[in-house]
Write a protein that binds this ligand. Structure first.
Ligand SMILES: *Cc1c(COP(=O)(O)O)cnc(C)c1O
Length: 238
């Protein structure tokens, strides 16, 4: 990893977050930096851990489990990728937050497995704000209903919303996407659904996290900006 210092990268990202928070009168503590470590070897995660990172994001079940076993137990694991129902059982008692719940069927499976393992699973509803065909996520219109339906299930708790904005050259282009997600979150709060508190807005990646923070993100998911570019030459199964 010549030329890449994880420590430096983390400092830069944290400084940008702090600067954006200051501009909008927020405290930097309101924003959690999730180090997106997919495809990266355990040694690099350990390096980020040594720099103080405790939140890591993975998008594949098998990879998350391997890293979970290999690394300290005070890490908060975030499942940020599309989750198949038949794999839910492997992670319900290991993840801190599942960001990618986009259907009632998936939520029902999470609830069922959480009951079996006697845990309560925190989740976010993923919204495909930009309506991109290639992306998972519920529509903006369906999001409120989905939150309401999930609220009725045992051992699963909706904590907020997540979106993956389109890949753009100019991050400003994604500002309306982020403000729309924030608006949906406020709309849901206004409905006063059974003690639902929409406290988490997971939005913003390496290319656009500054804009996301200025629009109210409480979680940013940064991969490349911390670990450098990913190599997908060796595809992992599962
Ligand atoms: C890979 C990934 C990220 C991180 O992307 P970078 O551009 O490398 O920061 C964030 N969120 C999700 C859902 C991802 O799959």
């Amino acid at each position: 990893m010549e030329g890449v210092s994880i420590e430096e990268n983390i400092k830069v990202v944290k400084n940008v977050i702090a600067a954006e928070c200051q501009k909008s009168g927020r405290s930097p503590e309101e924003v959690t930096l999730i180090a997106v470590s997919k495809t990266k070897p355990v040694e690099l995660l350990r390096e980020a851990y040594e720099c103080g990172c405790r939140d890591f994001g993975e998008n594949k079940v098998q990879e998350l489990l391997e890293k979970y076993e290999a690394l300290p137990k005070d890490i908060r694991w975030h499942m940020i990728g599309h989750l198949q129902r038949n794999k839910v059982k492997y992670i319900v008692d290991k993840v801190y937050l599942i960001h990618s719940v986009d259907s009632l069927r998936l939520a029902e499976e999470i609830s069922k497995e959480a009951v079996k393992k006697n845990v309560c699973v925190n989740i976010l509803v993923e919204v495909n704000v930009a309506n991109e065909e290639t992306k998972y996520g519920t529509t903006c219109e369906e999001a409120i209903q989905l939150v309401q339906d999930i609220t009725k299930l045992p051992n699963i708790r909706v904590k907020g919303l997540m979106t993956i904005a389109p890949f753009v050259e100019n991050a400003e282009k994604n500002r309306p996407i982020f403000s729309k997600l924030k608006k949906i979150s406020v709309d849901i709060m206004d409905k006063n659904i059974d003690n639902i508190i929409m406290e988490i807005l997971s939005m913003g990646m390496t290319g656009d996290y500054a804009v996301a923070v200025s629009e109210g993100a409480t979680c940013v998911r940064v991969g490349t900006g911390i670990f450098g570019v990913r190599q997908y030459a060796v595809e992992k199964g599962m």
